[in-house]
Design a protein. Structure first.
Length: 186
């Protein structure tokens, strides 16, 4: 009998490297969809590929020491957070290149496409989410699951074992906090 996601999570938490690999393989298609939705938010200028983002996230997650994933929703939230960070780093890197950060004399025809989003704006959003994670970790995870992973409020409620209405109230609290933090009111 194949191990369940919950048992793979427990084994991965206890340091079993093969369980991390099995967990990733079991959730590959869901994580691929998560990567696709993360990149879709970046607009048509995004040049980072879905599979590349997914594999970079896997490397990042597997190299970290001691991440705790007591359930599927926390694992997916963590994966969404890692992908968000990778996208922000990628956008910053691309904008640095556009502004001469990697200046080399080359032939014409190697123009960089437009960046998918403003790096400063992404940094403000990322900073606000990091602050929310310090103040209310559950709300930050909800944002990662809803906004970045693309789960519905009903899906998140089912993952967390609470009603959709409870998740809706939490979502409103998170949005209010983030709005104030991004505008500098918090």
């Amino acid at each position: 009998m194949a191990p369940t996601i919950a048992s793979l999570i427990r084994s991965a938490e206890s340091g079993d490297g093969s369980a991390v690999d099995e967990l990733f393989a079991a959730l590959y298609s869901e994580l691929h969809g998560l990567a696709r939705s993360q990149l879709a938010r970046g607009g048509p200028g995004a040049t980072l590929g879905t599979t590349t983002l997914l594999h970079e996230a896997y490397i990042n997650i597997s190299e970290r020491e001691g991440p705790r994933f007591p359930d599927r929703s926390r694992f997916m939230g963590y994966a969404a957070r890692v992908m968000r960070g990778l996208i922000i780093d990628y956008v910053r890197s691309r904008q640095a290149l556009k502004r001469g950060g990697g200046f080399e004399i080359t032939t014409l025809g190697e123009d960089l496409p437009e960046s998918p989003a403003d790096a400063a704006e992404l940094a403000r959003i990322g900073g606000a989410l990091d602050e929310l994670a310090r103040v209310e970790p559950g709300l930050a995870e909800l944002v990662d699951l809803k906004f970045f992973a693309g789960f519905t409020l009903a899906d998140i409620g089912a993952m967390r074992g609470v009603s959709e209405r409870t998740v809706q109230r939490q979502w409103e609290r998170a949005r209010t906090y983030l709005y104030g933090a991004i505008r500098g009111e918090i």
